[in-house]
Design a protein around this ligand. Sequence first.
Ligand SMILES: Nc1ncnc2c1ncn2[C@@H]1O[C@H](COP(=O)(O)OP(=O)(O)OP(=O)(O)O)[C@@H](O)[C@H]1O
Ligand SMILES: [Mg+2]
Length: 457
Amino acid sequence: MASIGLFQLVLMLLVLLLILVPILVVRRRAKARRASPARPSPPRPSFPPAAPASAAPVAATPVSPAPYSGPATPISGPATPISAPPVAAPVSPAAVRFPDPAMPAGRGAHLGIDFGTSNTVAVLRTADGRHLPLLFDGSPVLPSAVFAADDGRLAVGRDALHLARTAPERLEPAPKRCIDDGHLLLGGDEHAVPAVIGAVLARVLTEARRTLDGATPAVTVTHPAAWGPARRETLLAAAERAGVAAAELLPEPVAAARFLTRLHGTVVAPGGAIAVYDFGAGTFDATVLVHRGGRFDVAATEGLGDTGGRDIDAALLDEVARVYAARDAATWQRLERPATAADRRARWTLLDDVRNAKEMLSRASSTLLYVPLFDDELLLAREQLEAVAAPIVERTVAATKSALWTAGPAASTVAAVFLVGGASRLPLATTALHRAIGVTPTTLERPETVVAEGAAA
Ligand SMILES: Nc1ncnc2c1ncn2[C@@H]1O[C@H](COP(=O)(O)OP(=O)(O)OP(=O)(O)O)[C@@H](O)[C@H]1O
Ligand SMILES: [Mg+2]
């Protein structure tokens, strides 16, 4: 009996173990699953195959567009050092849609126009602070040229340059240089200077209004620092002809400084100074600005109303004349004083090519210049250009030194010298300036647009 009882007891224990062990195992597994993150369950085969996640319809969530941050940097390109405080990056006008409920067209918009000797540049600041460089036939630069047609109408910019190929006597390539003339004789017809300059400004206004859905922005037009009241009056009269009754005027170096100090203001200590070297097509300005109480004041400015890239073109043309007039004076005379339409066209081509050759010599050590009528190619080296440009560049360097001298003690703390204007791309300008003042000049990617950016600011 006792042995049967023992046997039964062992059997009962075994049965109990068989029941308890699986329960314990299941509970431990469940506990372990709760403690660890859920693992995805293996995909179940489906038919038709499930669409990729990105293509699946998603409940619409309002997403605000990412803020524009300039053109995309190539992935493999070098990292760009960020040294400037954030400013409104330029965006293509095409990227902006007006009217925008958050930004009523025209209201609060401000147009800055840099009416230059060779080029006019305009930047539109929208009510929300974005800066939009206006595009003219796809380019941010509008040639300031004006062509008077037979019927009295005035064509502007690239159209004017194109029309002048057949009738160059009807073209004024640089109306800014005629500011004192009262009237211009274009192809035998007289045109008032405000009307000619007004035609350029009107073209800019047309583009701005197109961007603003027909509305007119407030307008600031810049002028060389050396311009007196009479010239400024003529510029205001031109703006009126363009339909702007109350344009503001601003000296070019002040506009340039506004933009540059906005970019670099934080890196100039209070009491420190910056200098702006603005070398355009027809004028030069050197300006020293001092950082005081969070803003920049003009401490000194020195302007040369008759010195610019066009003078370097003329000096280079003299160099070409030296070679070809000696070779055949009569043929050179046809280029110098053309009497027929064909010769006028030949001269036009030569002048254009001389300017292009000069600009290329900033990037290359030599180039070929085609000389029409002689049907010849002249090899030009950078050294030749620098030899003829040196006296002109020296004048700009002397004016810069003079502005620094006038600025007095402030000039000893100049933190940066900015190169502005297309002609400042000449490598000779950088080296001559560095040698003269001992500060390495700061070059800008688009030195032609700085003044218009500042005028819009
Ligand atoms: N790479 C270059 N090398 C030398 N000169 C250049 C270069 N690129 C442009 N230029 C010159 O810059 C001048 C145009 O510059 P910019 O547009 O700043 O002048 P502008 O505003 O029309 O003239 P201004 O300010 O004197 O009224 C032209 O003389 C042009 O030939
Ligand atoms: Mg200029």
